[in-house]
Design a protein. Structure first.
Length: 109
């Protein structure tokens, strides 16, 4: 998956000053979050069956986990989890900035 559009949105969110643009970025990042979440879900459904195959071949759960992590889909799972985590943080930060700007508009800050 191409992550450059996500990176560009995150970089833009750091400098965006208008509430309108921040809210647009928030919606776009939320859409990306949903898309990546669906991709992760597809991998996790496949992982359930594949992991059982790996466990049958190997002696321990830990070695099956490591074997899974070394496979392309396992690496993709790790990447997606990481991306979802930082997207969640950025989305939260944008929401806080929007709340602050809303408060400023009413003279609360």
């Amino acid at each position: 998956m191409q992550t450059e559009p996500i990176r560009q949105l995150i970089l833009e969110s750091k400098t965006a000053t208008s509430m309108d643009r921040l809210s647009q970025i928030l919606v776009e990042l939320s859409s990306w979050f949903a898309t990546l979440g669906q991709e992760l879900e597809d991998i996790l459904v496949f992982k359930a069956d594949r992991w059982m195959e790996l466990r049958g071949e190997l002696k321990s759960d830990k070695s099956a986990d490591r074997k899974w992590d070394s496979e392309p889909l396992g690496k993709n799972e790790i990447r997606l989890r990481s991306q979802l985590k930082y997207l969640e943080k950025v989305i939260s930060a944008i929401k806080m900035r929007l709340r602050i700007k809303e408060g400023e508009s009413y003279g609360k800050y």
